[in-house]
Design a protein around this ligand. Sequence first.
Ligand code: 4AD
Ligand code: MG
Length: 430
Amino acid sequence: MLTTINKVSAHVGDEVKIGGWLYNKRSSGKIQFLQLRDGTGFIQGVLVKKQVSPEIWEAASTLTQESSLYIWGTVREDERAPSGYELDVTKIEVIQVADEYPISKKEHGVDFLMDHRHLWIRSSRQQAVLTIRAEIIRALQDYLDQNDFTLVDPPVLTPSSCEGTTNLFHTKYFDEDAFLTQSGQLYMEAAAMALNKVYSFGPTFRAEKSKTRRHLIEFWMIEPEMAFVEHEESLKIQEQMVTYVVQRVLANCQFELKTLGRDISRLEKIQAPFPRITYDEAVELLHKEGFADFKWGEDFGAPHETKIAESFDRPVFITHYPTELKAFYMKPDPNRPEVVLCADLIAPEGYGEVIGGSQRIDDPKLMEERFEQHQLPYEAYQWYLDLRKYGTVPHSGFGLGLERTVAWICGLDHVRETIPFPRMLNRLYP
Ligand code: 4AD
Ligand code: MG
């Protein structure tokens, strides 16, 4: 019976057949220990010379790293094995003896590994990251699906910008100009007026010349948008969603977190409610913590965010940024129009901003004023202005960057390992 390594526990004492790859091999002359992986897990196959035919013993001897094979064996419980099980091998069928594998046990430079990303993703660490990424996506969608959000897919090709024009990817759309989306938000606002609570999940593109460990050119964002939900309520939804995601990873990905050597105690602390500080308070904190020159009105960079995060053991919301710093659509605080009803969620341990969100301007007059101030072309955004004309309502939304969230939960130094094939300033291959 063909099975997979993650299912062997159901077959103790039975003979099973597994399709997999060899990642390591040891031999004592009388016994060969075959370390196998099949993408669902890792298991050791034990091949005893006296118990198999000379052909099978010979075939096993030819196996190189990443050779592909079918293997038959009896499943045995073994406390010493990392997975808890071993396979007493009865037969193997080699599919291919692999060429000499470029990634060996020795240390490789990051550039070399990135050039071989198509092979690097086979390693146990990368497999753990990609498994956790998939669990995070599932958890995000489950949370939203179970809380009355409807999935809506905004376009990737767009005629105009959402977060400002400086980092747009330009392309031709037949005879017209078009851009790859930086955020589905404006379309999600339209969708919220049609379906109340909505979210999108998809790739977004930023032609940023930033070369930092937090920036990708192509990254995935989940963007909820909610009619009749104001700033405060939106923060509650964000902290509940993030708590749910972290708890799901803790519940379902213990093996992967262990593979990565993640300090689980840091993740166990992630429980709503999250602390909230205003931009003003954050500036004060920076003044006391070695950034005496920081001026009100400046944006926070990575060192500032890291410093602010150090004061908290869970993610912290920084709210009420200066209006000047933020996007045109954010609603000013009615008591203090020089700041907006917005929040960035800063992850602990120096992972930086994982969510950006705000209440949106719902007043048609004010929205028109913003269009003047930001010199936005009315024609391109006529549809967006319509939303403020035909039954405008208070509404809020936010965008969670998937890769930064994965980097934080996995405890990785760099977002390049959080996505199967990263697109970065100097990398479009493989
Ligand atoms: O703060 P941003 O730019 O917000 C928006 O795009 C809003 N329109 C979202 C909304 O309200 N619907 O991006 C949101 C998040 C950031 O907090 C960050 O996690 C991630 O997207 N992000 C990036 N991740 C990787 N590489 C980049 N270059 C990123 N830029 C933003
Ligand atoms: Mg932001």
